[in-house]
Each structure stands twice: as structure tokens, then as C-alpha cells.
Write a protein that binds this ligand. Sequence first.
Ligand code: SAM
Length: 481
Amino acid sequence: MIPPPAIQRGLLTLDRSLFKTSVSAMALRIPASMTMECKKALGTDMLLEPKIRNVIDSDDGEKSKRLVLLNLDIQTEDLEGASEKTKEFIKEKGIDLTKAEISVGYDHWTADEILRAILPEEIIDEAPSSFTTVGHIAHMNLKDEYLPFKGLIGQVILDKNPNLKTVVNKTDSIDTTFRFFKMEVLAGEDNMIAEVRESGCRFKFDFSQVYWNSRLHTEHDRLVKMFKPTDAVCDVMAGVGPFAMPASKKGCMVYANDLNPTSYKYMLENKGLNKIKDNLHIYNLDGRDFIRKAVEDLEKSGYQTPVAVPTAPKGKKGAAAPKPETPDAPAPVAPVTPTAPAHKFKTFDHFVMNLPATAIEFLDAFRGLFKGREEQIPEPKVQLPMIHCHCFSKSDKPEDDVRERVEAVMGGKLELDSVKLHWVRKVAPNKDMYCISFRLPAEIAFASDVKRKLESETDASSTAGGAPEPTESAEKRPKTE
Ligand SMILES: C[S@@+](CC[C@H](N)C(=O)[O-])C[C@H]1O[C@@H](n2cnc3c(N)ncnc32)[C@H](O)[C@@H]1O
């Protein structure tokens, strides 16, 4: 590698011109027609540096000649450091040797190499060139020791990644309720409206105001794959819709909610961007209130599981079968027709609750949720919904830890044959994120002692649980689409 020039370390602003330098290399002057043969013979004795041509025009003005540059370890006329094969080839062909100057500058090195060259020596062990992207935004999580150089670091990242327009640093604090990070722009445009694609859907959102984590892509896909196109899905803490949009596109009837008014706003916008029509209903409520409201609204809507009835073959008069919007998306089911058989009581097939810090605390909302409906729900093991609740655990027996916490909040035992704990990701050295999936037990669904947690009982600061306090705006303006 060509080392960057020695630059005064610890400068706070970036001076790209300081990286201009030149190195000299041994070169073979050959007829242009011999280039391929020469390259083959020299192999790794040729200069193999990224972004630098190793065959250049000859410096003697002869158009029919070329210079083939040698690796920088070979610096003398006796070719010390070169292989015997190279030495013999040069001798046998009677090739002239010369020296060539190669000019390099700031563009030559990677962000990591540049940062290692300019940051103070004591902090370059872990050069801070790692970042995560969300659309055009790179977000970094700089340790304290790098903060004096944050502007310079941001600029280098921006220069070296042409797809980026903005580099931000997450400050330590996370908004406790809405789970987005406070951040400051280090370099580039002050534009936090990101656009990304995930699971065949488009998402637009203000990254400084809402929660988005591209690392949850696999988890979003995992649950959406589990839903059948005929399922009704209730997403209680939906963010900007990474479960809700692909599930709707798949054909599910989706009710999605977020307490953050900005998430609500972008969910509405994303519904339009993804051309989703009537099978996505969007709310801006506290999750506990939403669970009841969504169940009521779904019932009021008269929703029944769609029955796929044969659609007329494509023809002049017949309607074409609906086409999937993405190649891998299952075809939407045909709309319910009057010929579809009447169904018994129908509610959601799935609830999704991805607010890992406190979602378990919201599960008390399911206690007595279907009280008095025993006759309409004669087959609770099929008719009652599956609940997918995200959470954290530090336990070395997470299955027991999570299940016991769920049971304590719901005030009853889960039916073990329906319980599955899925490991989602590590969030800290001794803290993992999980998703517990289980069918709502009849005993809890039909319980008559509905113990709903009052808002005055909640404790937003508790890490173990406690629903966050509703924000003023959400409290005053409960919204549905
Ligand atoms: C960890 S994020 C997950 C968002 C989304 N489901 C995803 O996978 O990206 C949790 C979401 O819960 C929302 N939230 C926080 N408290 C809430 C509450 N009491 N009721 C409903 N949503 C809430 C936050 O605004 C945030 O969007």
C-alpha cells in the first residue's frame, strides 16, 4: 500500500491538499506490443495498487513504448525483492529499467486510511469509519474521544461514499417514548427525510422524528411471511409501517397504530406511496387503547375472512384476476362476494407488538378482551389471535424469563404448546431482543376481572415495564385515518 503522507495529526478541519504526494517506482520500458506478455511474466511483481494504472505511457515521448510499473518493494536496479522469474524475463528480453513518479492524492485512500492518518495516534486503534445507512443518511455512533473531530470525520465519510448526502451522529439520548435517536448533522445536507425500500415496499420518513432500524428487516420479513393473505393483522406499535405495509400488500386486512404523531403521518403517506387501498387502517392512539378500539372497529366493519372464489377468466367481459404488485408477493385474494359462506365471529389472527422495552406491559389489555363472547368463539384455539410481542431479556433462561413476565402481566398461564420464543438480535453484550409468540389463552381472553392499567398507574421511566405516558399531542388529538 502507498502510505498517506505524514500529516500533522489532530487537525480539526479537513485539508485535502495535504494528501498530495508522489512515490517513485521501478518501471520496465517495453514496446507496447509486449504489454500482455510482460504482465503475464511479472505477476505480483507488478504494481498492484487500487486506483493506480500499472501500465502508463513511456516518459521518452515514444508512442510505441509503455512503462510497466513494478511493485513498490522493488526499488533498485538489481531488482532486489523481485522473483527469479521476473529477473530472468527482464534479462532474457533485454528490457530497459527506469524510474517513474506516481502522483497520488486524497482520492487514493479509503475513509479508514485517511482517518488513521489524521486522527491523534492514541485514538486510531478503532478508526471510526463505521456507520449505518438509512437512505441518503449515514448515521454514526461516535465515542466521546472522537467528538472533537466529528466534523472532519463526517466530511471524510461523505467524500468517500458518493451515495450519501448527509452524515449524522446519534447523540446518547433516545426519545424514551417514541424510540428515535437525537442526532446532529456532521456533514452534508441537513435533510433528514429518508426514503428506503424494504420487503418490496417504499418507506418515507423523518429519521430525526421516528423510529427506523434497517437491522430489523429480517424480523419484519419473518412475521410477514407467517401471515396468510387472508389474515387480519393488528400492529399495535407500527412505527412507519415496516410490518403493516408489506402485510397489506400481501392481501392481509391490517389495522396499524403508533402513538407518535409523526409516525402516524408517515404511515399515511407510505400507504399512498405503496398504493395500498382499503385494507390498511391507520391510528394514532396509545397501544393499550388501540387494542380494544381495533377489535371493536374490525367487528363493526363486518369483516370476515375473505374466501377465495373463482374469478372469471380474463376476457372481454370477465374481470382479470388481481395481479401481485411485486414478483414475489402472493396474489391478493379475491374480494368477498355475496356467495361466500357466512362466517362465525371473526377477529384479528395476529397482533404484533414491537416496543421491546415495554410491550409486555401492554398485554394486560388482552385480559377480558373477548369477555362474554364464549359462544361466538367456540374454538378458541383456532379463533383467538396469535400475539407476537417483542421484548428484551438478560436472563440465561430467556424462555422461562419472558413467559413468566408475560403471564404475570396477563394474569394467567399461557398454553405451552402455542408458545415460541424467537431470538431476534443482540442489543448489548448481555442483552438480547426476542419475540414471544403465543395464542391468546381462552382463560385470559374471557376473564371477567378486566384489570386495565390506568394511565395514572403507568411509569414511563421504568425499564422493566410500565407504558410510557401518552404525549400531550397524542392525548389531545387521538386520530384515526
Ligand atoms: C421499537 S419501535 C418499532 C416500530 C416498528 N414496529 C418497527 O418495527 O420499526 C416502537 C414504536 O412504538 C411506538 N410507541 C411508543 N409508545 C407507544 C404506545 N404507548 N402506544 C403505541 N405506540 C407506541 C413508538 O413511537 C415507536 O414507533
